[in-house]
Design a protein around this ligand. Structure first.
Ligand code: VGL
Ligand code: ZN
Length: 213
């Protein structure tokens, strides 16, 4: 399968806290690292996203008295899953996986850095109104299609893919270059929503055989 013209690879949150042993570990999260490293060489450009929370972030269960991780709470902008403390700015858990090749990335989009609002998507925070500026970057650089890989399929990958479609970009999620949290059917729901939104799916094998544009 040829890589679409005017494409960019978006590598979502391949950080220690989302890998085995991390604070919010994604099963097999580290398995995406060699795949993502191989893929990045196939694209003219790739960027990274980095979950980047201040201590006491509103998405942390520990911030809300009597609440436990993985419960849902209503915040000013709507429903929010509460997470274990993770990806705290400047901590080893927030660092990229040691084997992830980061030097070739042209941009790092940090998200979730405001204390009172979470941001799963690389485009909009969880109020679905506050932009990160990523759309402007992509438009002014002339990109039309995003290939998305990374963690977690059912949260930051899916929210980024759905917002990218809403912003008018073509989107392909590279299935085996992603790994999921998958709680309470979240992975199946994410694939359903992505399918309805016109997100395409690909396997890394089919892309690694093709030429970068
Ligand atoms: C993520 C939950 C909380 C993700 C980030 O990267 O998918 N999930 N923060
Ligand atoms: Zn987070």
């Amino acid at each position: 399968m040829a890589i679409a013209a005017k494409s960019i690879l978006v590598i979502v949150d391949v950080q220690n806290d989302f890998c085995p042993g991390g604070a919010l570990e994604v099963p097999n999260g580290d398995r995406v690292v060699p795949i993502v490293n191989a893929l990045s060489g196939k694209f003219a450009e790739h960027i990274l996203t980095q979950d980047w929370h201040p201590p006491g972030h509103s998405s942390f269960a520990s911030t809300h008295q009597g609440r436990a991780a993985f419960e849902t709470i209503t915040l000013s902008y709507g429903e929010q899953v509460l997470w274990p403390d993770h990806c705290v700015q400047g901590t080893p858990g927030a660092a990229f996986h040691a084997e992830l090749r980061t030097d070739g990335a042209s941009l790092i989009v940090r998200k979730g850095f405001r204390a009172h609002i979470d941001s799963y998507s690389a485009f909009y925070e969880n109020d679905q109104k506050t932009p990160t500026g990523f759309t402007g970057y992509l438009r002014s650089r002339g990109f039309e299609h995003l290939y998305i890989a990374g963690l977690a399929t059912d949260f930051c990958v899916a929210f980024s893919a759905l917002d990218a479609r809403r912003e008018g970009f073509g989107v392909t999620v590279i299935e085996d270059a992603c790994a999921a949290i998958d709680r309470q059917g979240s992975l199946a729901a994410a694939w359903d929503n992505m399918g309805l939104a016109g997100v395409q799916r690909a396997h890394s094998r089919t892309l690694l055989g093709s030429h970068a544009l």
